[in-house]
Design a protein. Sequence first.
Length: 342
Amino acid sequence: LGAQGSCMIGGNLSTNAGGVQVLRYGNARNLVMGLEVVLPNGDIWNGLRSLKKDNTGYDLKHLFMGAEGTLGIITKAVLKLWPAPKDVATAWLAIRDPQAAIEILSEAHAASEDNVGSCELMSRACTDMVLRHIPGTQDPLKADTPWYLLLEWSSSRPRQDGMEGMSEKMEQFLADQMEAGRVLDAVIAQNEAQSRNMWVIRESVAPASRAEGPGLSYDISVSISKIPEFIEKGVKAACDILPSIRPYPLGHIGDGNLHFSFMGPTGMDRPTLHQYSPAITRAVNDLVTSMAGSISAEHGIGIDKLDELAHYRSKIELDTMRTIKRALDPKNIMNPGKVLRV
């Protein structure tokens, strides 16, 4: 999680947080066996079960995860634990384009024996922004290409003497991808410091963007195969509205989630940029919806996306959500004004 230094388990569950290893471990809800929840009427629901199989009625825990505190307050959780990785290979790839990223990911699953942990797409603009604003970061590659991929393979089995480990397998894989023309240059981290530098670049895009100036950001998801088309059309749609806007796309390409961000034109202040925000937001979300995607992949609805949820969700979905909300919280005391207008 990019916010690992400040986030808490309860908040992660209430927002069904994602992160950079959803590809391997799933979203927050996929790591939960049971919950304890304080309900709006003061009752405490004890669902602290640790069963892999339990089909005794509705699986209530899923109501509260991702509900952003609007149905109850999560106070305890039973979580799945995974063995810590013992053999990890991290690489920074200069790639041909986003389509190449998808093809690389597709072939990486077999080459790594299903040990792909993370696959993060970044534009050169994102990398340069981090290098400008975050002290101590270093460019992993000197190749000045428009697109990069942060690829990590990990196994819970330690590398055996005389056997190929993750790094050796990745080295051969990258050589094959270079021969295929998808990878233009690459470097595999040789130690923890090099690996950490790669991850700091990826995780520092948000703080770097705040230092860069005013911007707009969209947390969207589409089918993985549609990511290249979405980036191309989404950038064009925003530039048609504000030609000098600066796109900074990045995201968890392994699960179809893009943080589709823009920085305002150089010298434009926040109030002026936000005059364009409604039109750009509608253009981006219309495109997402036309591709059967989601306007909120992992950041939730909160206050900012109330109108967008009401606009894009069907009447049946909205009515069903309101029915659940009114049944559990008839006085609307749980995080009122968030997620859904009752």
